[in-house]
Design a binder for this molecule. Structure first.
Ligand SMILES: Nc1ncnc2c1ncn2[C@@H]1O[C@H](COP(=O)(O)OP(=O)(O)OP(=O)(O)O)[C@@H](O)[C@H]1O
Length: 291
């Protein structure tokens, strides 16, 4: 599908986020400066950048969890930059989140059935409809139906993340903010959970804002990629371009620093690295690329 054909679901224009300073007369801390992104229907925008660059803050601002100091966030054409509690409750049908840590994001005292019923009950969905929907959700994320009466501690990290994904899907959202959803998982489990995200997108047409510090993960899952550095987007474009032949020196550094298990790709990357180092003679780049 082309970008033009998708239609924008989420549009963020010149977003500024400042966190209040701590202590008397402390200055606010600016975490995002003039950030602009858009996400089409059924599209995944991967958001990469090093720790502290502002990725989570952007996801939180979209969810109404970080203070919007300037700019605008529009969802389906409606300005949600300063949405009220009531508007947020309505929005939560369409806008969901999957967090990084499947060990802390699920209430350990609740059974899986209760965890999945919660968003449905909050939206006023009755017990019969809710029961049928929960069964569907477990099927969708490939968990057995006897999971219903078990607690999170009885499941592996990957299975818990499947529960978190099922919970996010409960109300058939249009956009899911995925904040490092596979980084707490081992490599094999990561690949399975990423494939589940892709399968769900194919089945439901959901869009993802997919936050990760891992360029390989983002390349696998995204249609387009935006790169954050010190609270600003320094580069964005098709995943095949940004993750393979990036234009910005910071993205080039990120690419060179990420490990490559495949020996053929490793060789290609080494050659690219040598070429870049020769071309740029950039001391930062030489340090980041190592030997
Ligand atoms: N609630 C807060 N109050 C004050 N500063 C904050 C708050 N949350 C985040 N920050 C700061 O904002 C900046 C961006 O943080 P953020 O968590 O968005 O980065 P990130 O790219 O998601 O990092 P990581 O990959 O480590 O999660 C950091 O300097 C962080 O210390």
């Amino acid at each position: 599908m082309t970008d033009a054909a998708r239609g924008d679901l989420l549009v963020v224009d010149d977003l500024i986020v400042e966190y209040p300073g701590k202590g008397f007369r402390a200055k606010p801390f600016r975490a995002l400066t003039d950030v602009s992104i858009r996400i089409g229907q059924g599209e995944t925008l991967g958001l990469v950048g090093e720790s502290g660059s502002g990725k989570t803050t952007l996801g939180r601002a979209v969810l109404g969890l970080a203070p919007v100091t300037g700019g605008r966030i529009t969802f389906e054409g409606e300005d949600i930059s300063h949405a009220s509690r009531k508007q947020r409750q309505k929005l939560s049908r369409d806008l969901q989140v999957v967090f990084q840590d499947p060990y802390t994001s699920l209430n350990p005292a609740m059974e899986i059935g209760e965890i999945l019923a919660e968003p449905l009950t909050i939206q006023g969905i009755g017990p019969a409809e809710s029961k049928a929907r929960i069964k569907e959700l477990l099927d969708h994320v490939n968990l057995p139906s006897d999971a219903l009466h078990r607690q999170p501690r009885e499941f592996s990290g990957g299975q818990r993340q499947r529960v978190a994904i099922a919970r996010a899907l409960a109300l058939s959202p249009k956009l899911i903010v995925c904040d490092e959803p596979v980084s707490a998982l081992d490599l094999t489990t990561q690949a399975r959970v990423l494939d589940l995200f892709l399968q769900i997108q194919q089945d439901t047409g959901v869009s993802y804002l997919f936050v990760s510090h891992d360029l390989d993960v983002v390349r696998h899952i995204s249609h387009r990629v935006a790169v954050m550095y010190h609270g600003e987007i320094v580069e964005q474009g098709p995943a095949s371009q940004v993750t393979v032949a990036p234009q910005h020196p910071y993205t080039q550094r990120l690419l060179l620093a990420s490990p490559v298990p495949d020996p053929d790709r490793q060789e290609v990357r080494r050659a690219n690295r040598r070429r870049l180092l020769d071309e740029q003679k950039n001391p930062d780049l030489v340090a980041a690329a190592g030997s």
